[in-house]
Design a protein around this ligand. Sequence first.
Ligand SMILES: [Cu+2]
Length: 146
Amino acid sequence: MKMKNILAAILAVSVYMLPGFVSAADHVIEAGPRAFKNATLYVAEGDNVKFSKMASHNSVSVEGLIPDGATAWVGKLGENVAPALEKPGIYSYVCQPHIGFGMVGVIIVGDVSAEDIAAYKQKAMDTLKGPYRRLLGKINKIKPTK
Ligand SMILES: [Cu+2]
């Protein structure tokens, strides 16, 4: 075996041994006419989340209500966006055309404590305006996972 092949084999085995690779689950948030199914979704770090059936809908993360250092997303109308949820914590998002109907949601990644949730709620109360306040109903129901 050539050295290059040996290194490739070692790399392949290492990738399979990464815990995140083995346990990553796939989650789908499906758009209904005026609401998301799984609008409150708890996932583990490293899991994959994808929006589906987004025709006439979009998914846009809410500024200031995603974890520090996380990447915001702005899905186009009809785009089945798959946001990179690389930081643990709570992510709020809305469907812009239907926000007035309460077509909003939260994704909870990894473990959040009661204190984390309380701080997040306070930030949401202080910053959300107009129809974005529809998120508060969802945020108020988030349960601690640690
Ligand atoms: Cu919508």
